[in-house]
Design a protein around this ligand. Sequence first.
Ligand code: ZN
Length: 272
Amino acid sequence: MKYCRFLYGGQTLYGAVDTRSGSLQIVGLTEVPEEDPHFRLAHGRASSFNYSFEPIPLSEADLLTPVTPSKIVCVGHNYREHVRELGNEMPTEPLLFFKPPSSLLRPGGAVVLPAASERVDFEGELAIVIGRRTRNLKPEDDWREVVRGFTLANDISARDFQKKDGQWARAKGFDTFCPVGPFVSDELDIENGVTIETRVNGELRQQASTRDMIFPVPVLLRCISAVFTLEPGDLILTGTPSGVGPLKPGDRVEVSIDGLGALANTVEAEAV
Ligand code: ZN
């Protein structure tokens, strides 16, 4: 199952995504996930839009972030090569931080470089989408039962503030610093590892297997749910591989994984 969230005829809709004639298309409408109260407030019951739908190419859809999370939990320093490139110690347990929901940015939207920062980096990441309220996941529990699927994220980071500040709320939390999408899929073979790639203006900058994570998906779910109650639609950004680097106005940054499509965003300077 693959689904996206998009604007169509002035309405926010959820679309089933599938490959038709070799390209990704929105082939029909699908249920509203339970975490989206704004949808119900604005549009009434989900059944009211259950009309027939002419397939449209995903690339031509007006996509929104596929989820509306109550929180975005992030993992720092989760790939060995990235820990080395930052000159940090190898972690013995996951390093957790938050990005605020106000930092979310839709696929295709512009990352705004804050005038106050001198260095803003891309960080391509695999993101976990929670499917069921979860607290204290145990090793004997099946982690797949609490995961709705996976999507792509870009953990945009103001590196100068990250170095200067003891807490990363500012460095990681600016508006537009969390592009997510283009869709959620539960068809990813995460046990065998998938290759994550990040390109800037078409040039390959990050490439790694998710098997290189220091703390893999089931371990992250156990550690994080031991602290927070995870709600449906919540996101876990699983960390970035090596190869991070700065963005400048006019850049186009694209994160991709086979089976999750590509999350592409433009970059612009803050208007001051
Ligand atoms: Zn990150």
